[in-house]
Design a protein around this ligand. Structure first.
Ligand code: SF4
Length: 311
């Protein structure tokens, strides 16, 4: 930027297994979407990736040419965004878009691609798919359009799907159906999913593991039930306390005081320290490393061995 280099994501590292859904959560500005964009090589200029690696099935994809990356995006990585209209071309029928995408990535005849497109529309729950395959995006409701986008994201049989706030624009009842659909299809196909959302309720019901981000860094990573029931990082505890529950009184909902820092003003030491109720001496000066143990990772001085925190 004109005022210097701003670091949007710093030291973020995670993996996602086949058929696994990793929920990447955090408040707006935490760096979730930029992380997804960096993986698929779509960071908006003047942003750029200055270090690190992205590996898909063990193979590095971060140094590919723009053309090679375009192939990877259409074929090996599928994308589902908040607004289905950004993924759909208004000038072509949904059937033509599915057929075109499949044929540009898979060796299929026109007839075979059309047969598969129809099967996929049935699978994602488009009613009367045979009649609607020739319809245009504007002729579908928001929920149905997002189903078409899911079909489009999966049609080339990707190994990874990046879903960035896929249900934020939808009604709550439609949200649940779409999330259940993504979960079922990806599980059945063994597709890895990175589910980016600010909505803790969405990850609680959909993800296998959760990665909590704060100010462009990882705060905590762990299995969904551990993180929801026993969050370690104070920021994760604040986020989990904000999940509404039918069983419990709404008065238990907690608010994290303060706001996420701007990229130009990320505090020294632990980026969360100005908002943290447990901050102590090392927090203002030393950045906590991500410590691993028991299948979980946490970046907080509270969990370091005393000798390490005192250094
Ligand atoms: Fe709070 Fe310190 Fe842990 Fe940061 S490192 S979350 S400030 S206790």
């Amino acid at each position: 930027m004109r005022r210097g280099v701003l670091t949007a994501i710093d030291g973020v590292s995670f993996d996602i297994g086949r058929g696994e859904i990793l929920g990447v959560v955090g408040e707006s500005g935490a760096g979730k979407s930029v992380t997804g964009a960096a993986i698929i090589g779509l960071v908006d200029p003047p942003g750029r990736v200055t270090g690190g690696e992205v590996r898909l099935a063990g193979e590095r994809i971060d140094g590919l040419s723009e053309e090679e990356m375009r192939q990877v995006r259409g074929c090996r990585i599928g994308m589902i965004f908040q607004d289905p209209l950004t993924s759909l071309n208004p000038l072509f029928s949904v059937g033509d878009q599915l057929v075109e995408t499949m044929r540009s990535h898979l060796d299929l005849s026109a007839g075979e691609a059309r047969r598969r497109a129809l099967a996929l529309l049935v699978e994602v729950g488009i009613p009367a798919a045979e009649e609607r395959i020739g319809a245009y995006p504007h002729e579908f409701s928001g929920g149905m359009r997002q189903r078409v986008v899911i079909a489009l994201a999966l049609c080339a049989e990707p190994e990874l799907v990046i879903a960035d706030e896929p249900t934020t624009a939808l009604d709550v009842s439609v949200q649940a159906q779409i999330l259940a659909l993504i979960k079922r299809l990806c599980r059945d196909r063994g597709t890895a999913v990175m589910l980016v959302t600010h909505d803790m309720g969405v990850v609680a019901h959909t993800a296998d593991r959760i990665a909590v981000m704060y100010a462009g860094r990882l705060a905590e990573v762990g299995p969904v039930s551990d993180l929801i029931n026993h969050p370690l990082h104070p920021y994760a505890a604040g986020l989990m306390g904000a999940i509404p529950s039918l069983e419990q009184d709404a008065s238990r909902l907690v608010r994290i005081p303060g706001a996420m820092p701007r990229l130009s003003g990320i505090p020294e030491g632990c980026a969360f320290h100005p908002r943290c109720p447990h901050a102590f001496d090392p927090c203002t000066a030393q950045r906590p490393p991500l410590i691993e143990g028991g299948g979980r990772q946490v970046a907080c001085h509270l969990y370091e061995r005393p000798s390490e925190a005192e250094q």
